[in-house]
Design a protein around this ligand. Structure first.
Ligand code: URA
Length: 220
């Protein structure tokens, strides 16, 4: 298993020097206070899926349901993503599904916890955890769901509507397919829903290549 060296941090923030398993990653992110999001969250939420999945799907941050369950994409956005996965003939067990940020950012309105978009400095603070996760899983390619995930992977601001639906390369030469976050479809104009759904499936379907290449290699 690859050993992942953590970024240098001030002594007060120092955590284990290496991350050698997803369990360690989970514990280290849970303890992380490198940005203000860790303290009010219930727990950190790291990714889930086979350790050597070929395709890593990256969302923004856990939502309310994910924060409580400790698992990614189990709320409404996750259910929409699951529908797309089923329609594409994929299975969630083939994918490693995670988020750019490991803690839920919210504001309280009465008793309700309302999602807040992460600040860029919070996404940056979390980036090394995503890199640790990538090093442990070693995917061949990525799907970035939404602008926060796309920026975190590509290391530059990304205009999702302009850059969606084709393979891009990150600075390390890794393949990244950018598309909408499922919550954009949930929020979208009801009159456009069917078209938006088909366009989203068309974007995602490009990543079927990753599974097809693997199946071809296995037949050889
Ligand atoms: N939205 C995300 O980006 N990730 C989740 O895990 C849930 C909702």
């Amino acid at each position: 298993m690859p050993m992942v060296r953590r970024n240098a941090l001030p002594a007060s923030d120092r955590m284990p020097a290496t991350i050698s398993s997803l369990q360690e990653l989970s514990a280290a992110t849970h303890a992380c206070r490198e940005c203000p999001l860790g303290a009010p969250a219930t727990q950190s939420v790291i990714g889930e899926g086979p350790l050597h999945a070929r395709l890593m799907v990256v969302g923004e941050q856990p939502g309310d349901k994910e924060d409580l369950a400790g698992r990614p994409f189990v709320g409404p956005a996750g259910r929409l993503f699951d529908r797309a996965v089923a329609q594409l003939g994929w299975s969630r067990e083939q994918l490693y599904v995670t988020n750019a940020l490991k803690h839920f950012k919210y504001e309280l309105r009465g008793k309700r916890r309302i999602h807040k978009s992460p600040a860029q400095r919070e996404a940056e603070a979390c980036h090394h955890w995503l890199e640790s996760e990538i090093a442990l899983v070693g995917p061949e390619a990525f799907i970035a769901l939404g602008a926060v995930a796309a920026r975190s992977l590509l290391r530059r601001p990304v205009a999702v509507t302009r850059e969606r639906g084709h393979w891009l390369e990150d600075p390390a030469g890794r393949r990244v397919l950018v598309t909408l976050h499922p919550s954009a479809l949930l929020r979208g104009d009801p009159a456009q829903k069917a078209a938006a759904w088909q366009a989203w499936l068309a974007d995602l379907s490009l990543a079927s290549q990753v599974f097809e290449a693997r199946a071809r290699a296995a037949r050889r």
